[in-house]
Structure formats: structure tokens, C-alpha cells
Ligand binder design. Sequence first.
Ligand code: ACO
Length: 380
Amino acid sequence: MSDELKRGLEGVLVAESELSHVDGEVGTLVYRGYDIEELARDASYEEVLYLLWYGSLPTREELESFATSLADERDVDEDVLATVRTLADAGERPMAALRTATSMLSAYDDGAEVEGREGTLEQGARITAKIPTVLAAFERARQGQPPIDPDPELSHAGNFLYMLTGVEPDEVSEETFDEALTLHADHGLNASTFTAMVIGSTMADVYSGVTGGIGALSGSLHGGANQDVMELLYEIHESDKDPVEWVKDAREAGRRVPGFGHRVYKVKDPRARILQERLRDLAAASGDDTWLQYTTAIEEYLTEEGLVEKGIAPNVDFYSGSVYDSMGIPMDLYTPIFAMSRVGGWVAHVAEYQADNRLIRPRARYTGPDSAEFVPIDER
Ligand code: ACO
């Protein structure tokens, strides 16, 4: 047994997986061998889910049947919606509300019809279908509005945008949002996926895995960074400072730039490249290129400064926030939207891992005293 300590499990191989591969040196991401750029451009989120869950790209008939079965699961029990309203009234943060509601969904799931991998995927599909409904209902409740029923005729992406506002999204918004869902669907053994796997490795149910994944994703070193980036951009905007000056000051004060750096990527994240292009399209369509100007200026400055060369390059979160903001989505929904997509990866990894399960149980190097003399409480 090796006693080498790997803080943060950096670089440690803990499992085999066919699902996705990140080449952090070159800056590529594939899902089951398919390049993320091609999938984002040419496949829908539903197609990507099918690929991750069932191992191959669907035929048209397979996709239609899969998408219909997913759409049929979008309704959420009234008790869960009532809890969502209670959480919104109490001022709960969206990721925490989503975590609570996702856990509660299991009370209204009669269990999978089959056991094993197929059962995990069956329940995982229900969770994946219902999370957008929960999230949109939460946002509506915060606005003092009743929830909007899901529309089974709309795509996963289009239906979520529709449930937020009651207005069917235009084609550009729906496609951009669908692309963002595809880009976030899976990413190797990131912290939230690993959390879901650890939970799954105890043979706990997939609701537990997804609930744990949401908790892990909420942190600012992981999914929470997309909101941090947008807050930074607004802070710069409201301070009337030049974005480069602002970042210089922040760096001098020892602050990290959110949306930069990644445990695996040592070059620009391919998802950031794609989202930057979408931001360009949205800016051209709206005529407002403020966020594009700010983000580009910051990236250029940090490149000149040598940060990017040191391997601290833009990650997916650097551009996703401004894309969502350009679509009118509230800032604190960005991380829950990330969860709404990544749930596909969590479910896929739990199903894959449990099929050849080994309880995940690492060790810590003990640094406490060898022995201590116990003193009864009244004598301390
Ligand atoms: N800005 C400035 N310096 C940075 C940044 C940054 N965003 N990220 C890392 N560094 C520096 C660190 O200060 C450290 O420098 P040092 O060696 O001189 O002390 C060095 O790079 C290595 O940093 P670590 O924290 O050890 O790298 P790690 O692999 O643990 O961190 C992480 C990865 C957590 C993502 C980090 O880059 C970070 O905090 N980024 C900002 C938050 C962020 O964008 N998170 C989203 C990640 S993508 C995702 O989860 C979807």
C-alpha cells in the first residue's frame, strides 16, 4: 500500500470510464469519442444524454422516443412545488433550494421498474426531466408568479426557457441554451461527479448521488465560479473602471480571477472557446458588446501577463455567465443551470460505476497523537 499523499487526489486514477475525456494539455473534450465542438454544434442535449446513457448516438426514431419519454416526466408533484415556494419565500439560495427539492422528488418516485443500471437510468431520467421544472418554478415563485406547466412539445432547452417566462424562446436563444447544456453535460471526474460516484459506490440510490452532486457543484471553486465571473463584470461596469485596471488591482490585492484556472486544463478550455463565439453572436444580434469587450480585454491582459502561459487559462465559467446574462437569465440561476445539465453526467457515471462497483474508501495520513490519556470530564 503506497503512503504517497496526493492532496486533492490530483492526478490519481480511481476508475475506468468510457464517458468523457479531457485532454488538458491540448484543450480538447470528447464524450464517448465525439468532439465537444461537433456535439455542441450538431447534436441536441437530448441526443447527448442518449449518447452518455446508452452508449451510442440515437437514430431519429430512438431520439424521438427518448425525447418524448423524457418530456413526459417533466411534471412535478404539487407538494414539491409547495416546498419550492416555501424555500423561495424564505429567501433560500437557488442551489440550496434545488438540492432540497431534488432530494424531495424521491418521495414521489415509486421506484424503478427494473434493477441495476437500467433502473438507475430510469430514475435518473425522471430527475433530469424534473430539475428544470423545479428550477423554473423557484424563479417564478421569487417573482411572485405561479409556475408555468411544462410544454411536452418543446425541447429540454426550449421548455426550460419557456417555463421561466411563459414566452416560447426564439430559435437563437433555444439553440444557444441547448449548446450550453451540451457543453456542461459531462467532464470526467470533476468534484461533483466524483461526489455522486462516491455516494453511488455505497449502492445508495441515484437521488442521493444527484443531491450530493448539486451540493458539491455549488462551491465557488467549482460550479459557483460562473456567477462570480458575472458579479465581477457587473462590479467593473458599475465602478466605471477599465476592466484591465480592475483586474490588475484585484491581482495586486491577491485575488484570484474567477473563470481562470483549472485542475486539468493547462490551456484554454474548449468550452470557453465555443461560448466566447456564442457571446460574439449574441452581441452582434443585440448590438450590445459590453461583456464581450470586458471579457476579451481581461483575457488579453492575462495572456500578456503570462498567466495563461503558466496554465491559468479561461475555463468554461469565464464565458457562460455573460452568455446567460445576454439571454436575460438572472445571475444566481447560472450554477443551477449548470446542475440542470451536469445531472446527465452524474447519472451516467453512477450507472457506469455501479455496474462494476467497488466501494470508494481512501485513507488519510493520521497526524494526531499516538496515544492520549483519557481524563474524566469533571477532572479536566
Ligand atoms: N487567478 C489567479 N491565480 C490563479 C487562479 C486564478 N483564477 N487559479 C489558480 N491560480 C494560481 C494559484 O494562486 C496558484 O499559484 P501559486 O502556485 O503561485 O500559489 C496556482 O495557480 C495553482 O493554483 P491551485 O489552486 O493550486 O490550482 P488547482 O488545480 O487546485 O485549482 C481552481 C483549480 C480551483 C479551478 C483554481 O484555478 C481557481 O480557484 N480558479 C478560480 C475559480 C474558478 O474559475 N473555478 C471554476 C473551475 S471550472 C469548473 O469547475 C466548471
